[in-house]
Ligand binder design. Structure first.
Ligand code: SF4
Length: 356
């Protein structure tokens, strides 16, 4: 049976093919074809001799998921429904940002691909449509990498690698519950061959699985975002039941641990404002106190409702008051724009039809 080559990091592949007397520099050439030029057939790798191309073609395949559906938002965001080999589906979102209000190639400032790490999610945050849909399984390394390769195919980004600026693990799933495959995927993305995406442009977003975060801090070679969404355990446990296992203190301690290895990288704390739940001025003041010993910034998010959810967004005035209170406490805050809300592609709205 053929093996999926995207499942291997460069060093794993070098070891695997060494028994066939394939030299290390050949593996580097293969990586360039796959990750820089987007090739999906070994037979097109013209600087490899025919014999080697045939050997590779008999032993390996280069994975792509199938595009089952594409939804385009008025703001330029594109949501992909991707079908995997076992017919299960996941969602991946492409988010362009423009220099001004006019949407168009010429105004493109930066682009982000939001990838999924699992089919569904077991964490069950109350405000999240993905969590509402339940958990199915972890994605393999090739299914993670395949998401942005297929998006690059679709958008014809191969001729201009700089077009893709950021990759965020903020799609479906809790990346730290699938950290081995996530870290392998990142390893391949930031390999020299991938061009255009540096480790500072990749973010893992976690609901704060502190035991795993402490264990692998040293190996997370990219930026970290924590979905905090509450200033204290009482509120957080109500909206994120996982807080009963991994509470705020344990998360902050794990972040301090992460910072020891990545001093120069600011940790982002995501904070979703929910009307009457976590959006008071006192909440903002309490929140600011948590970051005393951290190089932290806060991303404020406005809630994107989905059918059947129990929450409503905070008013514009409350959002402004909350932001101001954080700033007054010396916290670096960004109010994130809603993106792709009209196609259910915004934060917390993803939920493909899960075929368990
Ligand atoms: S917010 Fe993230 S961790 Fe929470 S249920 Fe949704 S996908 Fe899972």
């Amino acid at each position: 049976m053929k093996k999926g080559i995207l499942n291997y990091t460069k060093s794993e592949l070098i070891e695997l093919v060494s028994e066939k007397n394939i030299e290390k520099f050949r593996v580097e050439q293969i990586f360039i074809w796959i990750y820089r030029f987007g090739k999906t057939s070994f037979l097109d790798m013209t600087n490899l001799n025919k014999n080697l191309r045939n050997i590779l073609d008999n032993e390996f395949y280069i994975y792509r998921p199938k595009i089952a559906n594409v939804a385009k938002s008025v703001d330029g965001t594109i949501k992909f429904l991707l079908e995997l080999d076992d017919k299960k589906t996941i969602e991946t979102v492409f988010i362009p940002e423009f220099n001004d209000d006019s949407i168009g190639e010429k105004n493109l400032k930066r682009t982000t691909i939001c990838v999924s790490s699992q089919i569904g999610c077991a964490v069950g945050c109350k405000f999240c449509n993905t969590g509402y849909g339940g958990f199915c399984r972890n994605l393999t390394t090739e299914e993670i990498i395949g998401q942005f390769l297929i998006v690059k195919d679709y958008l014809k980004f191969w001729e201009n690698p700089d077009r893709l600026s950021n990759i965020v693990f903020m799609g479906m799933g809790e990346p730290l519950f699938n950290y081995e495959n996530v870290l392998k995927a990142i390893d391949n993305i930031i390999a020299d061959e991938m061009e255009g995406v540096s480790r500072r442009k990749i973010t893992i977003s976690t609901s704060g699985i502190s035991s795993i975060l402490s264990k692998i801090s040293q190996n997370i070679c990219c930026k970290l975002a924590i979905s905090l969404h509450a200033p204290n355990n009482e509120i957080r446990s109500k909206i994120m039941p996982i807080n009963n296992t991994f509470n705020i203190e344990s998360i902050i301690n794990a972040c301090i641990e992460y910072s020891k290895y990545h001093e120069y990288l600011k940790i982002t704390f995501e904070y979703l404002l929910l009307r009457g739940v976590n959006d008071s001025e006192n909440c903002a003041i309490e929140l600011a106190k948590l970051f005393r010993n951290l190089n932290a910034k806060v991303n404020l998010l406005q809630f994107n409702p989905w059918p059947g959810c129990d929450f409503i967004p905070s008013t514009e005035a409350t959002v402004a008051q909350f932001q101001h209170a954080l700033e007054k406490s010396g916290i670096n805050v960004t109010l994130r724009k809603r993106r792709g809300e009209d196609i259910m592609a915004a934060c917390g709205q993803l939920n493909s039809i899960i075929k368990i």
